[in-house]
Design a binder for this molecule. Structure first.
Ligand code: PLP
Length: 419
């Protein structure tokens, strides 16, 4: 469910015309719907009501300060994967005791920062990382709360690039070695074992991989309890998919219905790390048609948003629905929607049957709220897009469009190159 709807043939973001926003703020432009974001967050919170839980929004899906603040104000925690994300989460007002920290390559600096910030726990991905966290914690005389990220070897049946829970992946600790790692963790002087973590992938469109993975993890939790290792936090990661095309992924309440019975009678706090399923359909990318070009085999619709603005099509061949902001009777064309960047991988859609569009017209790329702006770059020296949040009839600029000056402010000229 989202609040980008046509009324009298014109696309609205909540109660504001998308055209008006595009004209006011320029394009390419990310637009987010406040009420969609809030509804999606609450859908999780309410689905798991009745069982102790913390929803740790995965910052890497979208880390805009206004969006993080919105979630923080509604009780969200954060799942971070770098020192920068930890900084953003804290700055947005997420309580440190609701922050979990994953990632295979945490540096000493980042570990120290997280320890000093007193986060809820580190989701540890290897033996060497565990030993490093123990060492750094010892150095600054604190104890480090940890969970081990367990790789349950479950196929989430999603795109290979966003699948993370199989044996061949770099993430986590193989489930068959888990007991040994927990034994080691319990022996380390500055480590407090508090939880267990798994995250098997993203854009998962079925309940069964979540159920299967949780069952495997719970067997392990029981074995650990039997050996006197106390698990308080059960972190089941994120990964629930959204509808980009015709998929009908399960809703948080479907997850709850299937997962909560497995947790019955267990005294755990459940942690979830949703990203995409909260922000994905709550954001769109508006772009302008610059040129139309008839190729030999197909047409090219050249727009002002490129792979630097939205990388998912180039990176994963991901599908995003693209549609004009004005609905009318149109011929159907077969086209590649491409950006201005000098790369053949710079496309938003390939061989797409779509309505015929005109030069100067605005198009929207739907479901661009997750892994959209957060993956954007300055490639081809393109200033990054502006971001706007719409709430009812009101709209707020939540990130200014970058200026040319922003591109070079960090660069330094050695003296010997003076003119
Ligand atoms: C990316 C990631 C998430 C969020 O995944 P979504 O598919 O966006 O819900 C959660 N946890 C970890 C550890 C991740 O790496």
């Amino acid at each position: 469910m989202h609040l980008f709807k046509y009324r009298n043939r014109e696309l609205l973001a909540e109660d504001v015309h998308v055209k008006k926003l595009a004209e006011k703020y320029g394009t390419p432009l990310y637009i987010y719907s406040y009420n969609t974001l809030l509804r999606h967050f609450k859908a999780y919170d309410e689905a798991f009501d009745g069982y102790p839980h913390i929803i740790c929004f995965a910052l890497k899906a979208n880390s805009n300060a206004a969006i993080l603040r919105l979630f923080a104000k509604n009780g969200s925690g954060a799942d971070v994967v770098s020192g920068g994300e930890l900084f953003r989460a804290l700055k947005a007002g997420v309580p440190s005791k609701k922050i979990v920290y994953a990632g295979v390559g945490k540096t000493e600096e980042e570990i120290r920062y997280a320890l000093k910030s007193k986060i809820l726990m580190f989701n540890v991905e290897s033996e060497n990382e565990l030993r490093e966290i123990d060492r750094v914690a010892g150095k600054i005389r604190v104890r480090a709360p940890i969970a081990l990220r367990i790789n349950p070897d479950i196929d989430p049946e999603t795109h290979p690039y966003i699948s993370t829970g199989l044996k061949k992946h770099k993430f986590g600790i193989p489930i068959e070695d888990a007991l040994e790692y927990y034994k080691l963790a319990s022996r380390l002087k500055n480590i407090d074992v508090v939880g267990i973590h798994k995250h098997i992938g993203s854009q998962i469109t079925k309940v069964s991989p979540f159920v299967d993975a949780l069952k495997r993890i719970l067997i392990l939790v029981d074995e650990l309890t039997g050996r006197g290792v106390k698990i308080q936090y059960l972190d089941i990661g994120g990964g629930l998919g959204i509808s980009y095309r015709e998929e009908e992924p399960p809703l948080p309440k479907d997850l709850a219905k299937n997962l909560l019975p497995l947790l019955d009678g267990r005294k755990l706090t459940l942690i979830m790390e949703p990203g995409r399923s909260i922000v994905g359909n709550a954001g769109i990318l508006v772009t302008k048609v610059l040129y139309l070009k008839k190729g030999v085999e197909k047409e090219f619709v050249i727009v002002d948003a490129g792979m630097n603005d939205l990388m998912r099509p180039s990176l994963y061949g991901a599908y995003h629905h693209i549609t004009p902001i004005v609905k009318k009777k149109r011929r159907t064309i077969l086209a590649d929607v491409v950006g201005p960047i000098c790369e053949s991988a710079d496309f938003l859609a390939k061989e797409r049957e779509m309505p015929e569009v005109r030069q100067g017209e605005y198009l929207v790329v739907m479901s661009a709220g997750a892994y959209g702006f957060s993956m954007s770059s300055n490639y081809n020296s393109r200033p990054r897009a502006a971001e706007v949040m719409v709430k009812g009839e009101k709209h707020y600029l939540i990130r200014e469009r970058e200026k040319y000056d922003d591109l070079t402010t960090r660069e330094k000229l050695p003296k010997f190159l003076n003119l």
